[in-house]
Design a protein around this ligand. Structure first.
Ligand code: SF4
Ligand code: SF4
Length: 304
């Protein structure tokens, strides 16, 4: 794998990814493969092509330039991904943005130039820059270069992580330049984590506990986040196990993330079938009353 990530997007003016007004840099590639991933285009570190049927005006320009004959309205996903060589000629001529690359190589200087344009907004709102994904720690030296540069300029830095990384390397390269870590705690049972996220969770749980201990020094803060996925993470036994784990490590803050099924529409854009019938729990939003019940459970353990 390349040492430099593909960048999926840089979103400005975000109010949802940390304190104040922020820019969010999305890296492509993740060591987990969660069944409910809200950004399925961020799972693979490799370049992919997206097709959005709702934007296509059927002009046929793309099929004319494709050197591989990979595009056809007869194909339910429009792009034959076995033929496509990802040259992106089609995306270059598409007048409506229906075809687009998922991922773009960007140098550190280009990313810095883009995010620093909004520095006055960060300064006035207590905001900063968030690194998300995908998993930004898959590319630690590249990430560290950006974080160091931002820290030197007095910008608040935050990473959103799945927690699966080598902690010694993280401490040496990345941690010195981080203000806040949003750390995902999804499933406590190792077997369930393996089944639904594609990897075990021993290292994740250990990293969370050790980073929380380090954060007591006050140099950075760490806030665990639990996505409430119906039928998977939002089950009572997982929530109780998560509350026990947090209590045992004297962690008293947790962000609960409400589930939404909008990611399922993105599967088609990537040429993937939706495997779930309409009545499947993953096809529905998490009801507000469920959210309140989950909050109440954690409150009983003194976790806010
Ligand atoms: S990326 Fe290139 S090969 Fe793939 S569908 Fe588009 S034009 Fe054809
Ligand atoms: S060029 Fe774009 S709008 Fe035209 S047919 Fe191809 S995908 Fe559709």
């Amino acid at each position: 794998m390349s040492k430099k990530p593909l960048i999926l997007d840089i979103k400005g003016n975000s109010l949802d990814d940390g304190p104040g007004i922020r820019s969010v840099v999305f890296f492509k590639g993740c060591p987990l493969s969660c069944r409910w991933c809200h950004n399925p285009e961020s799972k693979s570190p490799r370049l992919e092509i997206l097709f959005d049927a709702a934007k296509c005006v059927a002009c046929g320009a793309c099929a004319w330039v494709c050197p591989r004959g990979a595009l056809s309205a007869e194909n339910p996903f429009f792009v034959d991904r076995d033929r496509c060589e990802l040259c992106m000629a089609c995306a270059g001529v598409c007048p409506s943005g229906a075809l687009s690359p998922a991922g773009r190589r960007m140098e550190q200087a280009e990313i810095m130039e883009k995010v620093l344009r909004d520095k006055p907004f960060y300064d006035n709102s207590g905001g900063g820059v968030t690194f998300s994904g995908g998993e930004p720690t898959l590319f630690m030296p590249f990430l560290a270069g950006l974080l160091k540069n931002l820290k030197e300029k007095g910008v608040h830095t935050l990473i959103e992580t799945c927690g699966l990384f080598n902690l010694d390397r993280f401490k040496a390269l990345v941690l010195p330049f981080i203000s806040t870590i949003y750390f995902d705690l999804k499933l406590v049972d190792p077997g369930a984590h393996q089944e639904y996220c594609g990897a075990g969770n021993n290292r994740i749980l250990e990293n969370l506990a050790r980073l929380h201990t380090l954060s007591r020094g006050g140099r950075f803060e760490i806030i665990p986040r639990l996505p409430l996925v119906p039928g998977i993470t939002a089950l009572g036994e997982n929530l109780a196990a998560a509350a026990e784990y947090l209590s045992a490590h004297r962690i008293t803050r947790l962000n609960l993330l409400p589930y939404n099924p909008l990611w399922i529409e993105k599967l088609t854009k990537l040429g993937l079938k939706n495997p779930y019938p309409a009545e499947h729990p993953l096809m529905n939003w998490l009801p507000q009353e469920e959210m309140e019940k989950c909050k109440a459970l954690f409150s009983r353990y003194g976790i806010h």
